[in-house]
Design a protein around this ligand. Structure first.
Ligand code: ATP
Length: 259
């Protein structure tokens, strides 16, 4: 049984249709990426799973149970955690305080402390800055903190919205390496949104291209590795038109006269 099954979901914001029949299945332990241009519906897809928006049609199952319509805190308690686009860390609180907020739904103090130490061992930059106000961290460190805070909820499914946003390529690689390490050590399953396929093809198991509220292409990273099919689906190119026929010469032209 898949860990996450999204079936034919449709979402509208007023008159604006954001998702028009989206299907996505994620197996336990996979890293699945959704890529697509601005406004394609990527954030809406993750919000529909986490309970932030309610599709008017379709079904979402987590671990075999329907979760559509449940409030976000109940979905989080089942093991689904969202790292939102733009990180949304609390800049005036310290790194340590931000991590505590990640565990606010838990009461197992000893376990919380152990999780904190285990996560910080993976993220030495955060451990060094544990008493710094989070607003003073670099963009990459803030992204690491947003991920660490989400992991403090003890999720099975981590939804990560555009972790690369505004970060240098070298830092993006570090973030992905951390996400893959967390998959291994915490047994996480990951769904990651991105605007470009640059990193995704290197790190994901499967890739979905979303455009105008629909999945236009889905495949394994190996199948899509050359990027060609992704480019077509992403930009919505139609099949290449046949080469234009050579202009027909008039009799006058073929005889060297003016047309
Ligand atoms: P981005 O990369 O810009 O975050 P996205 O692929 O995540 O884009 P969404 O944020 O899901 O796309 O937006 C899908 C569509 O829904 C867009 O046209 C967007 O303008 C619209 N939309 C998103 N949120 C709202 C909202 N709260 N109210 C009205 N329209 C919205």
């Amino acid at each position: 049984m898949a860990l996450l099954e999204i079936e034919d979901i449709h979402v509208r914001y007023g008159d604006m249709v954001a998702l028009r029949g989206l299907d996505l299945t994620v197996e336990e332990g996979e890293v699945v990426c959704i890529i697509g241009p601005n406004g394609a519906g990527k954030s809406t897809t993750l919000a529909a799973v986490a309970g932030g928006v309610r599709p008017y049609k379709g079904e979402v199952r987590y671990d075999g149970k329907p979760i559509l319509g449940m409030p976000p805190d109940r979905i989080a308690a089942l093991g689904v955690s969202l790292v939102p686009e733009g990180r949304h860390i609390f800049g005036s609180l310290t790194v340590a305080e931000n991590l505590v907020l990640g565990a606010y739904m838990r009461s197992d103090r000893a376990e919380i402390a152990r999780d904190r130490e285990r996560i910080l061992a993976l993220l030495p930059r955060l451990a060094e800055r544990i008493d710094f106000p989070a607003g003073r961290l670099s963009g990459g460190e803030q992204q690491m903190l947003a991920v660490a805070r989400a992991v403090m909820t003890r999720p099975r499914l981590l939804l990560v919205d555009e972790p690369s946003l505004g970060l240098a390529p070298r830092i993006v690689d570090q973030i992905y390496e951390i996400l893959l390490e967390l998959r291994k050590t915490e047994g996480l399953t990951l769904v990651i949104n991105e605007q470009s396929s640059n990193r995704v093809l290197k790190f994901a198991d499967r890739v979905n291209v979303l455009r105008a509220g629909e999945i236009r292409l889905a495949g394994t990273a190996a199948e899509l590795a050359d990027g060609e099919a992704i480019r077509h689906a992403y930009f919505g190119f139609e099949k290449a038109a046949p080469a234009a026929a050579a202009p027909i010469q008039t009799q006058a032209q073929s005889q060297g006269g003016a047309a």
